[in-house]
Design a binder for this molecule. Structure first.
Ligand code: ATP
Ligand code: MG
Length: 430
């Protein structure tokens, strides 16, 4: 026996029938994006490492310790499996001058890679669905993109998802706050843990985000960024709030919400649930008005969010919202293998009409008996069995039996009527 090869730790296969849940979620998202006029963008999974170092900031968790980076053996290029996709979207928008004629509303779906400790809701390959609005400065787009996520929870039927928002203001406001914060934390340095001490002079804002319960009192009393915001930043925030209020979207202002990436300014937000344990953030985002310029583009404002697909699917499962596994409409039982060529033609007729048709296929070279085929038909969960027996076929007919209704008799149907029967059935299903 040769050794079995397993998937990489923290990277999962998505098998049927669960893969149908993913397809269903993706379908709901596509439709929602269409209704909000967001267009799909597909960028490579591998990007130059420098994109993330420059885009995300050197002292972020992701760049410090979570990236899958490697040197291309063939040409020495420094490459990274994307840990997130905002930087990639911005790179593509610059490379293709996508903002030349004005703003763009974009969305993506796909795998991301972070070398983290695998646990519930935290994997090394995980999937994000993201929305980005590039080239718009006003708070109306902040409201639009937050409402887009809110509408997604509604379309999925999710409950117990709360919205937290904050404003990070602009750089000079953050710098003034940062000085005050460092001074405050220095006064209490002996109380800080190792992580906080390390961040004190590199990224003190992140200390406010600490999960250490011993530091909560200290960070609660720390200087608040909101108190350092100028008139314009406050006006932007208040206009966003008016729009959320008018749309009856409930939110909480969380002055300690800072987010993991360095590129954010003004509005930041997260959608959080208490039903998933400590991995409760299902979606996060914010405004990043300087990132495009920082990555070499013509300065343009932008805002976006990303949601974790695994976490949303798990929440849907917890709340019993996943649709039942789709079953075929028809299982085709075929009496004689010599009839296969003409039967396949009839099956295509049914499929063209939109039906899901599972053909019996033999596990061995000799063709299966009728009893074995009926067993398979039952196990498939199909609504109908169509029985293509040699006598029926010779008369231009096919047998039909409902598999859902045990009392239903088997009857026959003219092959010439298959197409109209299929479209009748299809319109009943829809
Ligand atoms: P967390 O605080 O949970 O680590 P994050 O701030 O690192 O999240 P973002 O970079 O904002 O996460 O990514 C957006 C969303 O992607 C998160 O809210 C989460 O739902 C999901 N996500 C992030 N990292 C992972 C992961 N390792 N496994 C599964 N989902 C993830
Ligand atoms: Mg993280």
């Amino acid at each position: 026996m040769v050794d079995k090869i397993s998937a990489v730790k923290g990277m999962n296969d998505v098998l049927p029938p669960q893969s149908a849940d993913w397809e269903w979620l993706e379908g709901v998202v596509r439709d929602l994006m269409r209704r909000h006029a967001y267009q799909n963008l597909r960028t490579p999974i591998v990007e130059p490492t420098g994109l993330f170092v420059r885009g995300l900031g050197e002292v972020t968790d992701i760049v410090e310790k979570e990236m899958y980076s490697f040197t291309d053996r063939l040409n020495g290029e420094e490459l990274t499996l994307r840990p997130e996709n905002t930087a990639g979207v911005v790179r593509a928008s610059i490379e293709h001058s996508m903002l030349y004629e004005g703003g763009k509303r974009l969305y993506y779906m796909g795998p991301m890679f972070r070398h983290e400790r695998p646990q519930r809701g935290r994997y090394r390959q995980f999937h994000q669905i993201g929305a980005e609005a590039l080239g718009f400065a006003g708070p109306e787009v902040d409201a639009e993109i937050i409402l887009l996520a809110h509408h997604l929870w509604q379309a999925l039927g999710l409950v117990d998802v709360r919205l937290e928002i904050n404003s990070l203001g602009q750089l000079p406001e953050r710098q003034a706050h940062r000085s005050a914060l460092i001074a405050y934390l220095e006064q209490h340095e002996s109380q800080l843990d190792a992580d906080a001490k390390r961040r004190l002079h590199t990224n003190p804002l992140r200390i406010l985000d600490t999960k250490n319960p011993d530091l909560q009192t200290l960070v609660n009393a720390a200087p608040k960024l909101m108190d350092f915001l100028g008139e314009e930043s406050l006006a932007h925030f208040n206009r966003l709030r008016q729009m959320l209020d008018a749309s009856q979207v409930a939110y909480r202002i969380n002055p300690r919400l800072v987010r993991g990436m360095d590129y954010y300014n003004l509005t930041v937000f997260e959608f959080i649930t208490d039903s998933l344990g400590s991995q409760g953030t299902i979606c996060g985002g914010g405004r990043y008005d300087t990132l495009i310029e920082q990555l070499g583009g013509k300065p343009a404002p932008a805002i976006g969010w990303a949601m974790g697909v695994e976490r949303v699917i798990e929440l849907l499962r917890e709340q019993g919202l996943l649709p039942s596994t789709p079953k075929p409409d028809v299982y085709a039982i075929i009496g004689d293998a010599t009839d296969l060529p003409q039967v396949l033609v009839h099956l295509q007729t049914l499929r063209r009409a939109g039906l899901s048709v599972q053909m019996h296929a033999s596990p061995r070279l000799e063709w299966s008996g009728m009893k074995a085929q009926f067993k398979k038909a039952d196990a498939s969960g199909a609504t109908y069995a169509l029985i293509f027996g040699p006598q029926e076929l010779a008369q231009g007919m096919v047998g039909r039996k409902s598999l859902r209704d045990a009392s239903a008799e088997q009857d026959t149907l003219a092959l010439s009527a298959l197409a109209s029967w299929a479209s009748d059935l299809q319109s009943r299903v829809l």
